[in-house]
Design a protein around this ligand. Structure first.
Ligand code: 13P
Ligand code: SF4
Length: 331
């Protein structure tokens, strides 16, 4: 199934021809010496004009190989912030500063510091492992940073006799407990998108499409993951669908924008987005798109390149976050 054409223009933006915008962006990229990085969850038209696309891990690594003086990060705030921390000398732009993340918001730095203090008071010397979906202030309080792509590997590096505090995603944490066999203290955060897939609709779609396979992001709750045929971060899911040569039908339990990347990489397959839960009026809501990622539009990418802002500025706590990010993602 191919997705309906998704326009990256929002209702409050005056209509501009996407082809004109793309031409302007290509010209501005050269004029401003910029490289565009785009996460798989932004609209397909932005993924198509990006120099690099990928998951959080790949994009963080791509960012350090950029040779231009400016990086435009089309994604959410913690991703652009990480790109800045790993590239202090570069100008890092983000099309919309309000593109946040419900997971990052669920773990404020002062609350984490308080909790760590309490555990220390109880004589518990924990190793704090944070998902990359956190603010830089939180990262600066942590021992390791993981992404969906390297989490298992990092957890395995923590000595078996040390207790782990995992923040902020309880569902990813629970999944990691299962695959690594390590019990952890889990922060009670969750992703607003992955938390509300409809189990009922997913099971109905699976029954109605014999032979279909559910592929799910580990940010989904256990009730979805236990019915998944394959679980992985966005890049792992992309590689998984590419490994099937014969046409298959995949039911996708992650942000529906990801289907653009799947269709480009494995056009022989059919991808069906798992819908969100029912609304009060009995309709299935389109909650399977991250509203933060959706703030990225072609017009905002153009404006951001043209004006050189919004920009991620260096903050004092970035120094500590830099140590942990480099050690976790680049070494
Ligand atoms: P990935 O690192 O798997 O791309 O996940 C990022 C994210 O925000 C998922 O919600
Ligand atoms: Fe954050 Fe969820 Fe959006 Fe990913 S999909 S950026 S975890 S709110």
């Amino acid at each position: 199934m191919s997705l309906p054409v998704v326009s990256s223009q929002t209702a409050d933006e005056a209509y501009e021809d996407p082809l004109d915008l793309i031409e302007e962006i290509d010209r501005l990229k050269i004029e401003k010496d910029a490289t565009i990085l785009a996460h798989f969850y932004v609209d397909g038209d932005i993924q198509d004009i990006a120099d690099f696309t990928g998951d959080s891990l790949k994009l963080a690594r791509d960012a350090v190989n950029v040779t231009t003086s400016t990086i435009l990060f089309s994604g959410v705030h913690f991703m652009a912030e990480s790109a800045k921390i790993l590239n202090p000398e570069k100008k890092v732009l983000i099309p919309d500063l309000l593109a946040g993340c419900s997971l990052a918001e669920s773990c404020p730095a002062d609350k984490l510091a308080e909790f760590q203090q309490r555990l220390r008071g109880e004589g518990r010397d924990v190793v704090t492992v944070a998902y990359i979906n956190t603010s830089a202030a939180v990262k600066s309080l942590c021992d390791w940073i993981v992404t969906s792509g390297n989490a298992r590997e990092i957890i395995d590096r923590v000595p078996a006799d040390r207790e782990i505090l995992f923040v902020p995603d309880q569902h990813l944490g629970r999944y990691l407990e299962e695959v690594s066999g390590r019990k952890m203290i889990l922060w009670p955060g969750a992703c607003m998108v992955h938390e509300i897939f409809s189990l009922q609709d997913m099971l109905r779609a699976k029954r109605n499409t014999p032979g279909s396979m559910v592929i799910a992001h580990p940010e989904c709750p256990h009730n979805i993951l236990e019915h998944a045929d394959f679980i992985g971060g966005t890049e792992k899911l992309r590689r998984h669908v590419m490994s099937f040569e014969e046409p298959q039908t995949f039911l996708v339990a992650t942000d529906a924008a990801m289907i653009h990347a799947f269709e480009k990489s494995a056009p022989q397959h059919t991808f069906v987005p798992v819908p969100g839960i029912m609304t009060d009026s009995g309709e299935t809501c389109a909650c399977n798109r991250c509203p933060h990622m959706a703030r990225n539009t072609l017009a905002k990418v153009r404006d951001c390149l043209k004006n050189g802002e919004p920009e991620i500025h260096w903050q004092p706590y970035f120094d500590k976050a830099q140590d942990v990010l480099q050690r976790s993602l680049l070494d």
